[in-house]
Design a protein around this ligand. Sequence first.
Ligand code: FAD
Ligand code: NAP
Length: 537
Amino acid sequence: MTSPQETTADHDVVVIGAGFAGLYAVHRANERGHRVLGIEAAHGPGGTWYWNRYPGARCDVESLDYSYSFDEQLQQEWRWSERYATQPEILRYIEHVADRFDLRRHYRFGERVLAASFDEASAQWTVRTDAGTVATTRHLICATGSLSAPHRPDIPGLDDFEGDVLMTANWPHEGVDLTGRRVAVIGTGSSGVQSVPLLAEQAESLVVFQRSPNFSVPAFNRSIPDDEYAEALRTYAERRAKSWASTAGSPHVGYDREALDLTPEERRAVFDEWWQRGGVLFAKAFPRQTIDPEINDLAREYAAEQVRSRVHDAQVAEDLIPNDHPIGTKRICTDSGYFETFNRDNVSLVNLRREPIETFVKWGAKTATSSYEFDTLVLATGFDALTGALTRMDVRGTDGVTMAERWADGPLTLLGLSVPGFPNLYNISGAGSPSVLANMVLTAEQHVDWVLDLIAHLDERGFRAAEAREDAAVAWTKHVDEVANGTLFTKANSWYMGANIEGKARGFIPYIGGFKTYIDHCESVRDGGYRGYVLSS
Ligand code: FAD
Ligand code: NAP
C-alpha cells in the first residue's frame, strides 16, 4: 500500500466507505478483476456499526435478515446470538467479513475524502483525501451511508457547557463510565430510545429533553436457542427468497385483511399479534396502515394505550405519546424498556414543547421555566440523512457544479443510483432508492451488483462513461415523489422529508414503492440497454 501524501495509481473503481455497502462493493469489484481502492474515514470497517457505539445500540431488523446473503457458507457459519444483535456483535461480524474475504488490503482507512472531480477529456474521477492522497479512477462508488453525517443542533450556549458532550453517532471507543454522573440526553429518536434505559441504569440522574415523542415498540429481543437456529439455517434460502420478493427486504409479510373489514375484537387480535412481533414490524399490521388515516388512527390509539399501561405518572405518559405524526411515518423505534425507564426515581422527562431550552450554560441548561444541572450531555440528535454524506464532500461533475448545488432543491436521481452531470458516479443506498425503508444489507447487495453489471456493459461495448439523462432523472424523481404522496409519510416532519435539518429542501427522499418493485425498475432499465443513461465512448 502507498503511504499518505502519495498519488496512488489509476484505478478502475474507487469505493468510498467501508460499511456493509462499501465492503461488498470492494469485494465484488475485486472479484470481477477491477483495480479497486477503498477509502474510509474510520480506522476500520463497520460504517454505522463502527461509529454508533452508544450503550444499547442494536439493529432493529432481525440479524438473520440484517446480514449478507451473497455467500452461503458465510451465512451458514456465522452464529448470531440474539434476535437483534448488539453493536459489538454486528461490528465483529463486519470485521469477520472483511477478514474472511481479505478486504482490508484494498483500503486506506483513516482518510476522509474531501473532494472528487470529473474530467470529461479523460473520463476520470480524481479523488482527494484529508491525508493528501490523490487517486484517479474511472468509476466512483459512493457507499458513504444514509445515516453517516451526524447532526449537531445549533442550540444557544451549547459551546458554553463545560461538561462532557457525547454524540451517540460518534461514541468514544473506550466507552464511558457514567457512574455517579448527572446526565442529560437530547433526542428521542431510535438512538435516544435505545440508549436511555442503559444510561439511566448507570447514571446518578438522567434528564431526557424531548422535543417530539416517538412511537416505540418493544423489541422482545431474546437469544436464539440452538434448535431454532438450526431450523433457521436449514430454511435460510426460503427466508432470503421471501426477503428479496418483499417490500422492505425482510421475510415478514403483513396481515392480508383490511382493518376496517374486521370487528374491533378481531382487529385488536391483529394489533396484539404484530405488537408481539416487536419493533418496526408493527407498522405492517395492516396493509393500508400507513396509507389510510382511519386505520392509522386505530394503530396510534393502540400504541398510546401501551404507553399508558407502562408509565405510572399520567402526565409523563401523555407527554410520551406522539400526536404530531401518523404512526409508522417516522421510523418506529425498537426499544428494550424505554417507557418503563420513566418510572425510575433518577429519571425525569422535560417536554421541550412546554418548556423549550433557552440556553445552555456552563453547568447545564435553562429552559423557559426551570434550570437543569448536569455533567454529561448526550446528543442523540440524528443525521443529515440520505444526502448529507455526499453534499458535505466537494464532489464536482461535468460542469463544475457540486452535488450540494445540484441538490439544493432536493436530490435528483435516476434510480437513486446516478445523478445527471455526474457520470460514472454511483450512490449506494441513498436518496431515490428504498435504502432506509428496507433491510439495508440487501439493498446494498442489489445496488452494487447492478452498478457492476453496468460497468461490465460499458467495458464489453467499449464505452467509457455512463451518465443519467436529465429527463430520465426528472421522471424517476417525480415517480419517487408521487408514490410518497399516496401515503401518509409526507405528513410527518421526519428526516425522510429532510425536515430535521434547517434549510434543507423538503420532500420525501427515499423511494417508498417497495424493494421488489424497485428491483424490477432497475432490471427493466438494465434490460432496456440502460434506458435513461447516455453511454459514451
Ligand atoms: P454506513 O454504514 O453509514 O457506512 C458509510 C461509511 O462511509 C462510514 O463508515 C463513513 O465513515 C464513510 N464515509 C462517509 N463519507 C466519507 C468520506 N467523505 N470519506 C471517507 N469515508 C466516508 N438499517 C437497517 O436496515 N437495519 C437496522 O437495524 C439498522 N440499524 C441502525 C442503527 C443505527 C444506530 C443507525 C445509525 C443506522 C441503522 N441502520 C439500520 C441504517 C444503517 O446505516 C444501514 O443499515 C447500514 O449500516 C448502512 O451501511 P452503508 O455501508 O450503506 O453505510
Ligand atoms: P432521529 O430519529 O433524527 O432523532 C433525533 C432526535 O433528536 C429527535 O428526537 C429530534 O427531535 C431531536 N433533536 C434534534 N435536534 C434537536 C434540537 N435542536 N432540540 C431538541 N431536540 C432535537 O435520529 P436517530 O435517533 O439517530 O435515528 C436516526 C435513524 O437511524 C433512525 O430513524 C433509524 O433509521 C436509524 N437507527 C436505528 C436504530 C435501531 O434501532 N436499529 C437505532 C438508531 C438509529 P425532533 O423529532 O423534534 O426533531
